[in-house]
Design a protein around this ligand. Structure first.
Ligand code: NAP
Length: 296
C-alpha cells in the first residue's frame, strides 16, 4: 500500500476560506470585526516568526489583529497589566501569549489571567475542563482541533477506531486524547496514549488504526511500528542537519515518512501536514470568540 499524503496546506486553505466568509458575514450583518491580540515577550526568533505568521493570516482573512511586543526583561506584573487591558478591550475577542515566555515569566499565571471567553488557544483550565466534559461553548486547542478537521476533511472517521497517541503534552497529546474520546461526531474513538515511560511503544502502535505522533523526536515512528493500512498523523517538527540544504538543515517529523508511507493508507507530511492547520484553527477560534462575545 502507498499512503495518500494528506495535504494540510490545501485543507487549511479551505478552512481559511470558510473563516473569511464568516468574517464577511459578521461585518455585513452585524457590523462587527473579530479582533485577535498576540503578545510576544522578548525576541526569540522562532516566536517572532510564529507571531508574524498569525498577524499576516489575520489580515488576509479580515480579522483585526494587534501585535504587542514586550521587552525580554518585562516583569510578570507588566505582562499581566497588558493582558488585563486586552481583557477589557471590546475590539479584542481573542488573546494569545506566544509560548515560551522568558524564564522570569510564570506562564501558568498569565494563562489564568486571560478571560476564558478570549482564550482562543484553549490553555485556560476552564476551557480545558469544558473540552474534557464535551461542552462546546469553549475552545479547542488549535493543533489537536486541526487534526480532527484534517481527518474529517480527508473522509476518515475515527469512530470505533483505535487511536494511539504518542506524547502527553498539555498542548497536543492530552487534548488530542480528550477530543477523540468524546461521544460526538468526528470522535467516538478508543484511545491509547503513550509517553516516555511507556514500555514497548511499538506493541501499542502496531494495533492502531490511527497513530498520532507528537513527541519531538525525528523519525521516531518506523514502518515496523505500524500496521498495514494505518492512518498516520505526524505532529512533530524537528530540525536535522543537512549540508545540502540552503540553511544547513531540513525539517522532518516524528515519523520516518518514506518507509511508513509505503505501509500506511493516509499520512501527513512534514512540512505541509498538521502545521498549516494550527493557524487556520486559531483564526476559526477568533471568529467563534467574536460571535460568542456578541451573542451571535
Ligand atoms: P513536549 O511538550 O516536549 O511533549 C513531548 C511528549 O512526548 C511528552 O509527553 C514526552 O513524554 C513524550 N516523549 C518524548 N520522547 C519520547 C519517547 N522517546 N518515547 C515516547 N514518548 C516520548 O512536546 P509537544 O509540545 O507536545 O510537541 C511535540 C512535537 O510536536 C514537537 O516536535 C513540536 O515541535 C511539534 N508541534 C507541532 C505543532 C504544529 O503546529 N505542527 C504544534 C505543537 C507541537 P513525557 O511526558 O513522559 O516526558
Amino acid at each position: 500500500m502507498v499512503a495518500v499524503s494528506i495535504d494540510g496546506k490545501k485543507i487549511a486553505e479551505e478552512v481559511n476560506q470558510e473563516t473569511a466568509k464568516e468574517v464577511a458575514f459578521l461585518a455585513r450583518s452585524h457590523n462587527v470585526q473579530p479582533g485577535l491580540a498576540v503578545l510576544l515577550i522578548g525576541d526569540n526568533p522562532a516566536s517572532a516568526v510564529y507571531v508574524g505568521m498569525k498577524s499576516k493570516k489575520s489580515a488576509e482573512l479580515g480579522i483585526y489583529s494587534e501585535k504587542i511586543v514586550l521587552d525580554r526583561n518585562a516583569t510578570q506584573e507588566e505582562v499581566m497589566a497588558v493582558v488585563r487591558k486586552l481583557n477589557a478591550d471590546p475590539s479584542i475577542h481573542g488573546i494569545l501569549v506566544q509560548s515560551p515566555p522568558p524564564p522570569q515569566i510564570e506562564e501558568k499565571e498569565i494563562v489564568r489571567t486571560i478571560l476564558p471567553s478570549k482564550d482562543v488557544d484553549c490553555f485556560h483550565p476552564v476551557n480545558v475542563g469544558k473540552m474534557l466534559l464535551g461542552e462546546t461553548d469553549g475552545f479547542y486547542p488549535c493543533t489537536p482541533y486541526g487534526i480532527l478537521v484534517l481527518l474529517e476533511k480527508s473522509g476518515i472517521d475515527p469512530a470505533g477506531r483505535h487511536c494511539v497517541i504518542i506524547g502527553r503534552s498539555n498542548i497536543v497529546g492530552k487534548p488530542m486524547m480528550s477530543l477523540l474520546v468524546q461521544k460526538a461526531k468526528g470522535a467516538n474513538s478508543t484511545v491509547t496514549i503513550c509517553h516516555s515511560r511507556t514500555p514497548d511503544i511499538a506493541s501499542h502502535t502496531r494495533r492502531a488504526d490511527i497513530v498520532i505522533a507528537a513527541i519531538g523526536k525525528a523519525e521516531f515512528l518506523k514502518a515496523d511500528m505500524v500496521k498495514d493500512g494505518a492512518v498516520v498523523i505526524d505532529v512533530g517538527i524537528n530540525r536535522i542537519k543537512d549540508v545540502a540544504a540552503p540553511k544547513g538543515y531540513r525539517l522532518v517529523g516524528d515519523v520516518a515518512f518514506a518507509e511508513v508511507a509505503a505501509k500506511a493508507s493516509y499520512i501527513t507530511p512534514v512540512p505541509g501536514g498538521v502545521g498549516p492547520m494550527t493557524i487556520a484553527m486559531l483564526m476559526r477560534n477568533a471568529v467563534k470568540a467574536c460571535r460568542m462575545q456578541n451573542g451571535i
